[in-house]
Design a binder for this molecule. Sequence first.
Ligand SMILES: Nc1nc2c(c(=O)[nH]1)N[C@H]1C(S)=C(S)[C@@H](COP(=O)(O)OP(=O)(O)OC[C@H]3O[C@@H](n4cnc5c(=O)[nH]c(N)nc54)[C@H](O)[C@@H]3O)O[C@H]1N2
Ligand SMILES: Nc1nc2c(c(=O)[nH]1)N[C@H]1C(S)=C(S)[C@@H](COP(=O)(O)OP(=O)(O)OC[C@H]3O[C@@H](n4cnc5c(=O)[nH]c(N)nc54)[C@H](O)[C@@H]3O)O[C@H]1N2
Ligand SMILES: [Mo]
Length: 876
Amino acid sequence: MIRKDGQLREASWGEAMDLIVRKTKEIRQRLTHHGIGFYTSGQLFLEEYYVLAMIGKAGLNTLHMDGNTRLCTATAAAAMRESFGSDGQAGSYTDVDYTDCLFLVGHNVAATQTVLWSRMLDRLAGEDPPKLVVVDPRLSDTAEKATVYLAPRIGTNMVVLNGIQHLMFKNGWIDQDYVSKHVIGLEDLKTKVENYTPQRVEKIAGVPARKLEEAAEIIGTTPSLLSTALQGVYQSNQATASACQVNNINLLRGLIGKPGSGVYQMNGQPTAQNNREAGCDGEYPGFRNYLNPNHMRELADLWNIEYAKLPHWNEPTHVQNMLNYIANGSIEMLWVSGTNPLVSLPNLPRVRELLTKSDLFVICQDIYLTETANVADVVLPAAQWAEKTGCYTNVDRTVHLSLQAVDPPGEAKSDLEIFLDYAKRMDFKDKEGTLLIPWKDSEEVFEAFKTMTKGRPCDYSGMTYKLLTGGSGVQWPCNEKNAHGTERLYVNGQFFTDIEYCESFGHDLETGAPYTKEQYALMNPAGRAILKAADYLEPMETPTDDFPLMLSTGRRVYHFHTRTKTGRVPSLQKACPSPQIEVSAEDAKEAGIVDSETVIVRSPRGAVELPVTISKIARGQTFIPFHYGYWDAPDDRARAANELTTERWDPVSKQPQFKAGIVRIEKCVTHEHGTTPHAKEQHTDVVDAVQKRKMTAENVPDSNKHENHLGFWLSSTVESISHLLFAYDSIIPSLIHDIEIESGLHILQRLTRHIHDLLKVHCEKYRAPTESQHTRASRAILDAAFPPRIHHDRASNPYEALSVLQGLLMYLSYIDGFLKALSPAVQACWDASFTKAVAEATQTISRQQAWVSQQIRVKAPQTLVVPSQLLKESLL
Ligand SMILES: Nc1nc2c(c(=O)[nH]1)N[C@H]1C(S)=C(S)[C@@H](COP(=O)(O)OP(=O)(O)OC[C@H]3O[C@@H](n4cnc5c(=O)[nH]c(N)nc54)[C@H](O)[C@@H]3O)O[C@H]1N2
Ligand SMILES: Nc1nc2c(c(=O)[nH]1)N[C@H]1C(S)=C(S)[C@@H](COP(=O)(O)OP(=O)(O)OC[C@H]3O[C@@H](n4cnc5c(=O)[nH]c(N)nc54)[C@H](O)[C@@H]3O)O[C@H]1N2
Ligand SMILES: [Mo]
């Protein structure tokens, strides 16, 4: 369907695909390929993701691609990278059959993975049942069966997990032999958890000390331990940091890679794992490390494209940032496949506003006409799982081949066909001019994918469609060495942390800043797992007088996500026809609310209107299932949980905190003549507005809204460097009494002249204006760095000389700031020689910073300490 005069009208595939190709080229013309973004799914097939990843990274050379997996398992992947060096689940589902203890953190398996739960129930009801420890603020169906159930306040996982580790250290429940051989970071962790005593945990998280001790004893002494984490961790406060603590617990006990023992950083969607392997969200294909040039070169060679053209100046753009780019007008085309963001993204009021911007061209590729399809410019009807062939991989690395069982309805096409068709129409070529994406069916794509994974953790190279047919799947890695796949990873205590092999160098868990290769080399894990420690930090939003309750959102067993499928199954719909908010009996009483009463729930973002269910949820906490959008809403009440949720995300995984916002409950006061207050839904109004705008998908927005920012920035960079040259002219003469400094500065000046000339060359090509916009700022900083008094003979005073050096360091870091921005920007222009020049300039500035820092180190003690009367006394 194509939007014409405001309405979606049927069109042929040829018309729709031609339009998409025309749009792509037109946007490339005006905005470069970085004006286009892709937002995909955890529900397509492996082969479909791989083609999409190549369209984005090798065809259009853009970083703007993410999946709903960002909302789902971004933290699973992130936590495994931090602890084990790469994505790669330790265990196997067979571990459920052997384990002595199941430890489930924020994972309501009874409602969300019913097949796995059946397997667990078999064990729980059988002989020699395992212990079950559950951590969930809500007495879920899973928690009902627990041996020990911990109900922390929403957002306090870190406190509970640190508390358990505290008790493990205190009671010596640690496998010293394993730990000494196979992990690093023990001392840091021990120090970090030292003050998480049961009493402190009780105070912050509300978990009784005795309960915590019971749980820790079970976990600390069980002969085997299978731990899992899911959305109660990933979508809550300190997601990655908490998920890492779950890994830590198994590592401390040495209970990983052994029958009955392991960790599942769970996946939610059927093919979230494949999305990550293929590189359609935050990852690179084959779990390659974007900070490792060897990995990136290898990928460029595999695809036979120029190294400079492979986008890798940063990790791929996450969806919240794509929304920000849509907001500022630098992304004008968004291709959505297999996800329904107008129900599932946080803070719907904002998402709605952005996805219906008049200058945004939205493609929606789905099996139904969803809320998102209803505002799109083009709707592509996709075939679903049973109507197409492809592979999917479970959380325990088991790869399955799913064969087409029935024909797709009408003219629907598989996602693979759609993506291949687009690639063909775009005529993407490799560097020799050969077709980049030449495949015709899923098996051909699978063969290419296999080659790409060879030698990586997710090695598929030994698999074929034939091997995958008939049995019950094969677990990767499957290669020459493991012809039938691999049941467990890390069996010999060998992890993926070798510096040349790992998928990531890890992150500062608090700020989210990535570590550099140099920092990683200092840690030198070399195949050992990494114990990552962190302190508890309060959630960003905590209850206030206005919004006294915490909201968490999640699932009911009867529905899947935005209900495009389950909402159409009468028995499921009947079992769970509408959303409701769970509150505790105490909170209900306080608010004067009774069970089943309809209330308005309001957050700083928006409001919904729902009936109340009084449940065994901890006091101060609430829960709303997020399944209900508007495609089949019975009336005009707002009801989508995401009207309320916050867009804040975890600093490392960038996963939104769907279980972390604040709300209040308002009574719906009924007047004599009917109910007044009403949380009215905005979705229908927005769809109407789109239709009334009479817009046509063909519209081309006005073209010249973007200025030559790169040129401006380059001109300011070059100017700042030339100002440094002048500064050297004036400070060198004043420092002639110090021969070492004076001659050093001469060398620095020469280096500076060189990079000035190097960058100047590129000014013309990028039309850098001669006038810089930063002249005043640069002058002001120079004046502050080198106050006029120093320009004269006073610099012979060592104290003043020290000030000159400090000022110089400040000005160098001002220049460095320009270069920091220029570096990824010129890579995004795929300009190899400019990239090289900026890299050299950056290195030269950093050499100067190193020299200045060293001179400061030489001079400071003598200058600052020796003449001091005050210090003399205390030193003696
Ligand atoms: N029936 C059904 N099954 C599904 C899905 C579905 O939509 N419907 N979706 C699939 C997908 S994609 C996913 S990702 C999974 C999700 O599966 P789960 O993660 O099991 O499901 P959720 O209900 O999102 O959240 C799990 C629990 O986290 C708890 N929780 C909330 N805040 C916190 C907290 O701060 N700490 C702790 N420890 N727990 C907290 C909630 O009370 C909830 O019971 O389910 C998959 N399976
Ligand atoms: N408040 C709140 N929000 C949440 C969550 C939460 O717990 N709370 N959970 C988050 C999580 S974990 C997830 S995974 C997301 C899920 O959020 P979404 O991805 O938006 O949910 P779905 O309804 O599964 O959307 C999948 C879409 O793909 C379509 N589809 C199905 N099969 C195919 C196919 O083969 N091809 C194509 N092209 N389309 C197909 C379906 O019709 C549907 O429209 O929601 C997230 N949002
Ligand atoms: Mo998910």
